[in-house]
Design a protein. Structure first.
Length: 94
C-alpha cells in the first residue's frame, strides 16, 4: 500500500503483501533488498526466504518514492555468500 510522504511530497511505500512467493531463492533473511519494477524507485525490504526457496515475508525498510497504489515490485535473485544469487518470480503488491 502506498502513502503520501509529507517529508518528500512523493508517494512512498508503507507496506506490502506477497503476490507471488517465487521459487529457487537462496534460503535466509536478507536486509535492505532493492525492489525492482513499479512506478517509483528506491524501495527496499527485509526479505525472508524459507527452506523451499520461497518468499515468506517482506517488510519495507526504505519507502522510496514515486510509487502508485496497485504497483507490483519484484524480488531480485538472493543468496548467502559464497553461493551465486538465485531465484525468480517473487512479487510484492504495494
Amino acid at each position: 500500500m502506498c502513502c503520501f510522504d509529507e517529508k518528500t511530497r512523493f508517494p512512498s511505500v508503507s507496506n506490502s503483501s506477497i503476490k507471488s512467493a517465487g521459487s529457487n531463492y537462496g534460503v535466509g533473511t536478507f536486509n535492505n533488498v532493492s525492489l525492482g519494477g513499479g512506478s517509483g524507485s528506491g524501495a527496499k525490504a527485509t526479505i525472508v526466504i524459507d527452506g523451499a526457496g520461497r518468499v515468506t515475508s517482506a517488510t519495507i525498510t526504505i519507502s522510496g518514492e514515486g510509487y502508485l497504489d496497485e504497483d507490483v515490485v519484484t524480488v531480485q535473485p538472493l543468496a548467502s555468500s559464497p553461493t551465486t544469487p538465485s531465484g525468480s518470480g517473487g512479487e510484492l503488491n504495494i
